[in-house]
Design a protein around this ligand. Structure first.
Ligand SMILES: [Zn+2]
Length: 95
């Protein structure tokens, strides 16, 4: 949920970062167009190069269970299983 604070000059978006010590929201004013203040990564421009983006992508993979490749593989397995079950059912009906 986007937290804002009422101000005479309009609503000010608040930093959405959560404090590690108190567990509460930071609530500093968020940077323009960002969801966090400058202390909590608002100054970050994100990865600039293709290599940098790929490094971030690789770093974020925990176990690879939800990568596009793995999802495709799981779909294949499940469709094969479905096919096999249908075949078994057909054979059982013939007996
Ligand atoms: Zn903050």
């Amino acid at each position: 949920m986007e937290k804002t604070l009422k101000r005479p000059w309009g609503d000010v978006k608040r930093c959405q970062a959560k404090s590690r010590t108190a567990g509460r929201q930071c609530r500093n004013p968020a940077m323009k167009g960002k969801r966090v203040c400058r202390i909590h990564g608002g100054l970050s421009t994100g990865p600039k190069s293709k290599e940098g983006l790929e490094r971030v992508r690789q770093a974020r993979i925990k176990h690879g269970k939800f990568t596009a490749e793995e999802r495709r593989r799981q779909k294949q397995i499940s469709s094969l299983l479905k096919e096999a079950k249908a075949t078994i059912r057909k054979i059982a009906e013939m007996m």
